[in-house]
Design a protein around this ligand. Structure first.
Ligand SMILES: Cc1cc2nc3c(=O)[nH]c(=O)nc-3n(C[C@H](O)[C@H](O)[C@H](O)COP(=O)(O)O)c2cc1C
Length: 202
């Protein structure tokens, strides 16, 4: 492949996906039908994420829309840690809507009922039917994945809280913790190998 960075130019946003018990940062989100209160939205969730397990156990999930003013802590908490290890919702302000926590420090939220699911090798693409939604802020520009890529250094203050060295995927921002990235390691997000990982200097 000559240069997969062109995928950063696909116009998509940045969201916090939440389910009871946790959630994660997602950008692989697309409206795939309907609009307004009829919206059908697809989100691809990696099978390696704990959120995938939580999603399989719950009927509903939510997407909170991140703005360009999003607190980097939020991205750190939801994008670089696992709900298996920490209570992510306890680390930020949430509100419960239709039984699902949504993130208050966001531009607003959408709560979905699981409508369909498409299984592929690494991800399940969940399609949700909108059941509730609200706008908290319509002044701030929504954060796009391209914006995230441009500002990745400020937005990902990756720390080595797990007491290990952090290696950041230069393409998608995924963090591998460990002394060395194993030779056969494949980024669970973008599928690229060890060569794409850079040691995070604090
Ligand atoms: C910018 C960014 C975009 C991400 N997009 C996705 C995505 O679309 N789908 C996904 O499954 N994980 C995505 N992730 C990775 C998860 O947020 C991350 O692996 C998280 O730590 C999983 O947490 P969990 O184990 O609690 O589910 C993204 C992470 C970042 C930083």
């Amino acid at each position: 492949m000559k240069n997969s960075k062109i995928t950063h130019k696909i116009t998509q946003g940045m969201y916090i996906l939440t389910v009871p018990g946790g959630g994660c940062v997602v950008d692989a989100v697309s409206r795939v039908g309907g609009s307004g209160d009829q919206a059908l939205v697809a989100v691809a969730v990696a099978k390696t994420n704990h959120s995938h397990k939580l999603l399989s156990e719950n009927d509903k999930f939510a997407l909170s829309v991140l703005g360009e003013n999003a607190d980097p802590e939020l991205i750190q908490t939801f994008g670089f840690n696992s709900s298996k290890d920490i209570d992510k919702c306890a680390k930020c302000q949430t509100e419960e809507v239709a039984g699902v926590p949504v993130v208050k420090d966001s531009l607003g939220y959408m709560v979905f009922e699981k409508f369909d699911a498409i299984d592929n090798d690494t991800h399940t693409i969940y399609i949700g039917k909108l059941v509730e939604a609200d706008v908290f802020d319509d002044k701030v520009t929504p954060m796009t994945y391209a914006y995230y890529q441009e500002h990745k250094d400020e937005l990902t203050k990756t720390t080595t809280t797990q007491g290990k060295t952090a290696w950041v995927c230069t393409v998608c921002g995924y963090v591998y913790y460990g002394d060395e990235v194993p030779d056969d390691f494949i980024c669970p997000l973008c599928g690229l190998g060890k060569a794409y990982f850079k040691k995070k200097e604090d």
